[in-house]
Design a protein around this ligand. Sequence first.
Ligand SMILES: Nc1ncnc2c1ncn2[C@@H]1O[C@H](COP(=O)(O)OP(=O)(O)O)[C@@H](O)[C@H]1O
Ligand SMILES: [Mg+2]
Length: 596
Amino acid sequence: MSDQNSTLIGRVKSITGSKVSIQLDSKIKSIMPIVDGVLYRVGQIGSFIKISLGYTKLYGIVNQIGADALPESLRELVMNENNDARFTTRWISAVLIGETFIDKFERGVTQFPNVEDEVHIVTLEDLNLIYGGMTEDQSICVGNISVSESLPARVDINKLLTRHCALVGSTGSGKSNSVSVILSAIAKKNEYKSARVFVIDPHGEYNSSLKDDNQVFRINADVSKNEKELYIPFWALPFDELMKIFSGRVSDQQRDYIREKILELKLGSITHINPVPNQAAITADSPIPFSIKKLWFDLDDFERQTYTDMARSIQSNLVQTGNANELRSNIYQPASTTNTAPYLNNRAKGILNFLDSMRNRLVDNRYRFLFSPGEYEPTHLGEIVRDLNQLLSEWLGSNKKIAILDLSGVPTEIMASVSGAILKIIFDSLFWAQNLSVGGRKQPLLIVLEEAHNYLKTGVDSISSRTVQAIAKEGRKYGLGLLLVTQRPTELDETVLSQCGTVIALRMYNSSDRSHIASALQDDLNNITDLLPSLRTGEALIIGEAVKIPSRAKFFKMSESPKSSDPKVNEEWKKDQPDVTEYSRAVEYWRDQRFN
Ligand SMILES: Nc1ncnc2c1ncn2[C@@H]1O[C@H](COP(=O)(O)OP(=O)(O)O)[C@@H](O)[C@H]1O
Ligand SMILES: [Mg+2]
């Protein structure tokens, strides 16, 4: 081999575990040698090196360059031998990540190099070998490998889904585009006929980039755009989660009392369900319809009743008849303040404050999708027009592979409860479906949580964080995979992040976010996150189980970008001033609590 084509860059000088320190060869003139007409960059953080051991070739990823890469134990020796600073800086260190044996690349190493072994550049031929093994069937192609644009960047769909994935990066780094690329690669794969993906989309970004392959569910749906109304029947939630939606506090006894009442109502409605569920299995947590307005009215009525006799056997007359549907209380003759008739109900539970907070939620238009969920809203007898199976088959069983739950109409303060309620319904239904063909093991489900930090805050105990934690820990057993998308990994619950087998890190400036990601990586590799601030838009480090080796890759760009939620200030400000009468409409909407 001529000198010009030599791939030799240095020699191994020390080995600790999987970390190798390499002294660069004094003869290499340039750190950008040309081999067979291709330009290579030696010694860039994140680039690869190769060590040949006979038939086996070891591959490493460069994690340190320059004087820092010179091991302390060798420093003195090197300084004594050569009185020239260059000898202390021409060092790189690399972490061994895999090996090839007879043209097959495997992760992990079974052999280790020796001191003085030669270290070589990784050529296109090597890269083809490393990246080539993943079959088209088990992987999706999301972009190109940065070091060699002719190589496709593939991710293993089995690992991506079953081991969960976190996709992180600063705003504008290309997260939403990357998610669209992943989802459309899944949707466009014809052989994945029954692929299903469920996207929680807080800003309504994805509809435009994934059109044709998705079904959008939205509050105030635009039917002309084929959107469907988003309903989340409150009665599908377990008792504790339902109670958390109301802000009022109750004591343990009061809580048990309300639980009993809900159970009674649920038991009362089971005859309307087909097939009639087993009564013995019903609890206040069961997804059985009941009228929450009737519950409120009955509880409220009991608190307000007064009696004409001391023994509390004869009720006073009603002064004003209430109405459960309109959430108006029954008003009785007021109790006297002295010890004369009418008397207060001495069995009242003292929950009027709580009932007030409950009523506030029930009349709040922003909660209509939950408490007045269209045909899923039970009558006072607990009858419903549509049951949960219809909801689930719309969300999970539609012929569109991707269901997008556009939550852009949901106020931020209730985002956590809404997304939590949705995830809880999905998780519970697939948990109980584990032996069925619609269960996650037979038809795995990928759940995408965009802007995950908004409703999965670390240290905050909410229905969404509890459910996501459960999916992160146990989802694998039930065929549920998470793709968490966030620009603030530090705010993300750590237990959830640590369950993500694959991390896709786009450009990231914030150093605490970077160290948070670094802490989730294999120890030796954590300084490759130093690369993150300098990545191009759409470029990512893909690390973990879904890729053969940690890879720097550039995602494809979708032809239709996900719609950004930010207004285009310069364009909007060029438009004519809107009519000031619009402000009267603003106040009208505000008072009526609606958007149109
Ligand atoms: N792979 C890519 N190549 C080129 N441009 C990209 C790529 N990914 C994203 N962009 C552009 O960068 C901008 C921000 O992308 P976006 O996905 O909305 O980022 P984020 O969701 O991280 O805020 C968009 O204008 C988008 O078109
Ligand atoms: Mg985005």
